[in-house]
Ligand binder design. Sequence first.
Ligand SMILES: [Zn+2]
Ligand SMILES: [Zn+2]
Length: 376
Amino acid sequence: MATPDPYAALGVSREATPDEIKSAYRKMARQYHPDVNPNNPEAEEKFKEVSSAYAVLSDPEKRAQYDRFGSVEDQGGFNGNPGDFFQGGAGFGDLFEAFFGGAGGQQRARGGVRDGDDIRAEVSLSLREVLDGIEKKVTFRRSATCETCDGMGTADKSKPKTCATCNGMGAVAQVRQTMIGSIRTQTPCPTCRGEGIQIDNPCTSCRGDGVTPKQEELFVTIPAGIEGGQTLRVGGKGGDGARGGMRGDLYVVVHVIEDKRFIREGRNIATEVEITYAQATIGDTIEVGGLTDPLELSIEPGTQPGDTFRIKNEGLPRLGGGNRGDLYVEAKIIVPKKTSEGEKKLLKEYAELRGEPIPQGPGKPANIFEKIFKRR
Ligand SMILES: [Zn+2]
Ligand SMILES: [Zn+2]
């Protein structure tokens, strides 16, 4: 019997290491497993293909045989008989791990003990608030221990019984015979939905859940220097657990509101300042708005449009403290939109003094071309 190319089936090279083969198989087995693709014959076919490919490549002898002869004999190998699959190279543990992620073990229900959820909340702050850090009120919804039943979920606050369907395991196993052997899968127990407990007389306030939703406000300290998108974890301030489970954590996602004056780049901030042609030429001392107070900035003579000045230590601190970054100020040189006759006269005189072309004001298109050609 010709064996289909197992390397092609798993998408690995002929030099692939056992680890590479294993990881390729796991990835594909997860993707094509019938439980993930119900009523999908194509996926089922693919699943069989990758499983038998793995049965060959995970067994050094069979792999060597395939490499030499391009096929694997049926003796003791995968031959389509139920049961062979798990006795072959692809062990039960491998497949189990592939679907449940554990080391062949299963997650046991914990007698109804359920840890609380982690909660995500958001907070917005201004750049000015980033400078010093701030306490911010954060509002969020979380699950809180039901006060009627003290979190037990039972009407009489008693400990819930063990689920009879799954015997407290929280999951039920199914063994199915398939073309490639028997496959064992686990599904959450339908009776207790995986909790492993049975509540005959549930608390009316929480319907047996042990927790009820609650709106909460909390002041959270936002440290100086934080950046937008960073998340603060506030341990033990998330949802309450049920029946003695641990409380979850609160995660506060920080947004920094865009600032009209400053662009931020880590610890440094940048801004623009408008100066006149005369200021740029002669130099001047001007005032620039800082994060907190107005700052003095010395404009050098001969400043060009786009020249940038740095004012040290007027940026933002690093998260966790340290020196402040710098403020970069870009000079924007403003050209007057309108000038009086007197101003025009002075500008022409100035041009003449410098030996520059003396501007005559806007002319006709023909004149413009003439000027361009003249200049050449
Ligand atoms: Zn159950
Ligand atoms: Zn309750």
